[in-house]
Design a protein around this ligand. Structure first.
Ligand SMILES: NC(=O)c1ccc[n+]([C@@H]2O[C@H](COP(=O)([O-])OP(=O)(O)OC[C@H]3O[C@@H](n4cnc5c(N)ncnc54)[C@H](O)[C@@H]3O)[C@@H](O)[C@H]2O)c1
Length: 283
């Protein structure tokens, strides 16, 4: 490929199975010459297939619950020991809502579930950066990326409390990114990715409609997990050194669309069909 990450060391959170966005990022980072450790929640070790990825990319897996400061401390220490120095890039690819899983409506949340989802999906990003910062574990001009979704800015009713978690996640990128940039020259960004068929994505109610609608709306179509990995690699590389505090849309143009011809044609077909039916009934 391009050797964009030659000699760089990283930590990649969130590869569960071969559909995971983090999985593709790990494969691409490996191709680009990086060395890294993989990490995921201990439960994901049993549910997923991360060891396959570790073998393929010659990396070690360090289990860590991203809501536990103790786990994160061990992870950061071990990562530097295994990789032989400070870290150049970190991917936070973690998301989970208990309310979504249990089918609770947004207007009727179980707030203990809300808190758990918030801790896992948003606060964990702060925890990760806080541990790296305290330990001075990042090299200058390092890069930290978390994955987000456009429900942070716009209403997608079935995205539920994950919308609020993503808004908070993006805010953490800006707030922490300021201090990390000022003090250590580390950049922090979020990528706002198209709907993607993964375990987390498919858990959202009506996901098939979601993804088909976005595909029809976007001039370039939905961005795949592999394309997201490519974009992430560019943000880890030295080619994007002054990009920080940004939420970067990676969605085939979806976020700037009002309506597309394809969506309008579909809508008008249904609309005309319904009008014909009403006129038929009135005759
Ligand atoms: N799939 C989509 O449509 C889509 C769109 C935009 C953004 N995203 C975001 O991309 C990221 C990755 O999701 P994905 O789509 O690859 O799905 P995924 O299910 O493959 O990845 C989610 C990961 O979070 C991990 N995780 C959950 N709880 C954890 C914890 N306590 N500690 C550590 N890890 C934990 C899971 O084990 C899993 O590996 C998430 O932040 C998600 O919100 C996904």
């Amino acid at each position: 490929m391009y050797n964009l990450l030659k000699g760089k060391r990283g930590i990649i959170f969130g590869a569960l199975d071969s559909k995971s966005i983090a999985w593709k990022v790990a494969e691409r980072a490996h191709e680009e010459g990086a060395t890294f450790v993989l990490t995921n929640a201990p439960v994901a070790m049993r549910l997923g297939t991360i060891s396959e990825l570790a073998e393929k990319t010659g990396s070690q897996v360090i289990p860590a619950d991203a809501t536990s400061m103790m786990d994160l401390e061990v992870l950061v220490d071990k990562a530097m020991e295994i990789l032989g120095g400070k870290i150049d890039f970190v991917l936070h690819s973690i998301g989970m809502s208990v309310n979504v899983r249990r089918g609770n409506h947004y207007t009727n949340q179980d707030y203990n579930f809300t808190k758990t989802g918030f801790d896992v999906s948003a606060l964990s990003f702060h925890r990760v950066m806080s541990m790296l910062y305290k330990k001075d574990a990042m090299n200058e001009w390092g890069s930290i990326v978390a994955l987000s979704y456009m429900a942070a800015q716009r209403v997608f009713p079935d995205y539920n409390d994950m919308a609020d978690n993503k808004a908070y996640l993006e805010s953490i990128a800006r707030s922490f990114g300021y201090f990390y940039g000022r003090d250590k020259k580390v950049r922090v960004n979020t990528i706002s990715q198209s709907p993607t068929p993964t375990t987390a994505g498919s858990g959202v109610k009506g996901f098939d409609g979601f993804i088909a609608y976005a595909e029809e709306m976007s001039p370039l179509g939905n961005a795949t997990a592999l394309e997201c990995a490519d974009y992430t690699i560019s943000l880890f590389s030295d080619l994007t050194k002054k990009v920080t505090l940004q939420n970067l849309f990676h969605d085939g143009g979806f976020s700037n669309m009002g309506v597309s011809n394809a969506i309008m044609e579909n809508f008008m077909n249904t609309f005309n069909h319904e009008t014909d039916n009403v006129e038929e009934l009135e005759k």
